[in-house]
Design a protein around this ligand. Structure first.
Ligand code: NAD
Length: 476
């Protein structure tokens, strides 16, 4: 690729796919079938607000239906357009295959600035958008299941679920029409944190392999590693919070819309988040240096860079200046195809988006299964597990007393060991296992094949292989 031309987001995803399919032997025509976006629905609808009709434009792209339902978030942002949702839908196809969630890929978007509207207005707009999609089965428990993305969260998902239920009053599985809902509307524990939590689990798994760390020139553990995060929204906030509070990493810079805060001693993520909540941005935050040009902070020295805001932020204009030896793509498409090439040549290791932010769809899968089974995870087993563990501890204590062994189990150990797993523990365990297993599948290809130089290609190869197998099983 020429160093001058920056491809669009969709072209970037296609270029990465093209690089990967060259390394795979697919039956004739299947390469093209997997590449193309099956369908994109564009809707323009009017909502009467503030005394006049406002027209909104929304999209739902279905990239691949090799498995159904198809799955993918709904984004609310002014930058939403057809190419973007199609690129994001393609990434969903590859992501779902990589983490073995039984879905095809989809994505939706509404061109709107959510900050311009009052809550009750946003509800009207969201419900109308949901109505338009649901009446064409583009929201449906067995056809197409949206989730939150940039600019949307559990509140919007609850409105969508309710709108679908109003339109399908006898559908007993109506709650499975969308994931990322609040708990009281059929959500699951641990969904809100899931994508950020998945980023943490992905890094923990990476740091279990000294040879992988060595490729990035890193060693040791996550403790003390200096991390820069871009975007303190759902994904960036949870990733930064868990990495700093639980893994001992130091968040040295946080980049937001209005600039960045830099502090080599570490930023208190909760404190900065509260400041943003009160002041609308990072500007004026007293416990660090404010940098008005936030994107400059992407180029600061650090061990790990976590772009968790939007696509295309690491591109031909700044790639050569990026100092991080390890980038984990918490956002979708933060590194353009051109930047990817520059960074690879520099020896930077990139943990790719289709793996790194798959925690969201993984826990969405658990939520969908919970909705279809109409029972929360752990409800049947929790007390039985506790009873079994209690019996073992009592037996050990009895033996110790009988034989005069003097064994004493600490109260903490007993508490921990006896507690049966509730929904949150099970969700985290399922997510951790998913992130580990997918990483292992990727790294196997990365290390075993001489023609695979990076984790992104390894991720694509694992995914494309699985998607091709499903198409073959369907007789295509
Ligand atoms: P969000 O809306 O909760 O947060 C985005 C954050 O980025 C906000 O704090 C916003 O102020 C900030 N931001 C926006 N433009 C910025 C800029 N130019 N510079 C710096 N900061 C900027 O969105 P989210 O759900 O956290 O999604 C972030 C990314 O993660 C997106 O690429 C999304 O597709 C991806 N993702 C999200 C999920 C999920 O479960 N929410 C799952 C997978 C992938």
């Amino acid at each position: 690729m020429s160093a001058q031309s920056e491809p669009s987001f969709r072209d970037s995803v296609e270029l990465m796919y093209s690089r990967a399919v060259k390394l795979i032997d697919l039956p004739p025509g299947l390469e093209e079938k997997i590449r193309v976006c099956n369908a994109t629905y564009t809707v323009r609808f009017g909502v009467r607000l503030r005394g006049q009709v406002h027209t909104f434009t929304g999209y739902r792209a279905v990239h691949s239906e090799h498995m159904e339902p198809v799955k993918g978030g709904i984004r609310f942002a002014m930058a939403v357009h057809q190419d973007e949702v199609e690129a994001l839908a393609a990434l969903m196809t590859f992501k779902c295959a990589l983490v073995e969630t039984p879905f095809g890929g989809s994505k939706g978007g509404l061109r709107i600035d959510p900050n311009e509207w009052e809550e009750h207005e946003l509800e009207q707009i969201t419900r109308r958008f949901a109505y338009e999609l649901a009446k064409r089965d583009l929201i449906h428990p067995s056809q197409n299941v949206p989730a939150p993305d940039m600019g949307t969260g559990e509140r919007e998902m609850a409105w969508i679920a309710d709108q679908y239920a109003r339109m399908n009053t006898t559908d007993i599985n109506s709650r499975a029409c969308v994931t990322g809902k609040p708990i009281n509307a059929g959500g699951i524990q641990g969904r809100t944190e899931a994508t950020g939590r998945g980023v943490e689990y992905a890094l923990q798994e990476f740091f279990r392999y000294p040879e992988d760390m060595a490729k990035a020139g890193l060693e040791g553990t996550l403790k003390g590693k200096r991390i820069i995060v871009q975007g303190l929204g759902n994904v960036g906030y949870h990733a930064a919070k868990f990495l700093s509070e639980e893994d001992g990493s130091i968040i040295t810079a946080i980049i937001e819309r209005d600039g960045a805060i830099h502090n080599e001693d570490g930023i208190d993520v909760e404190d900065l988040r509260a400041w943003i909540g009160d002041h609308g941005g990072v500007s004026g935050y007293p416990k660090g240096t404010y940098v008005a040009d936030g994107s400059a902070a992407l180029e600061y020295d650090c061990d790990i860079l976590i772009p968790a805001a939007l696509e295309g932020v690491i591109n031909l204009s700044n790639a050569k200046n990026i100092k991080a030896p390890l980038i984990i793509e918490a956002a979708n498409g933060p590194v353009t195809a051109g930047a990817d090439e520059i960074l690879r040549k520099k020896g930077c290791v990139i943990i790719p988006d289709l793996y790194a932010n798959a925690g969201g769809v993984t826990v969405s899968y658990f939520e969908w299964v919970k909705n279809l089974s109409h029972i929360r995870f752990g409800r049947m087993e929790k007390r039985q597990e506790e009873a079994q563990h209690r019996a073992l501890i009592e037996e050990l204590e009895r033996l110790s007393a009988d034989k005069g062994l003097g064994w004493e189990l600490s109260a903490d150990f007993k508490d921990n060991y006896m507690r049966g797993a509730g929904e949150l523990e099970l969700v985290r365990s399922g997510l951790d296992d998913t992130m580990r297993t997918a990483y292992q599948a990727m790294r196997k290809v990365w290390h075993e094949r001489d023609d695979v130089e990076d984790l992104r290609m390894a991720a694509y190869l694992v995914s494309i292989d699985r998607i091709a197998a499903s198409y073959r099983a369907k007789g295509l």
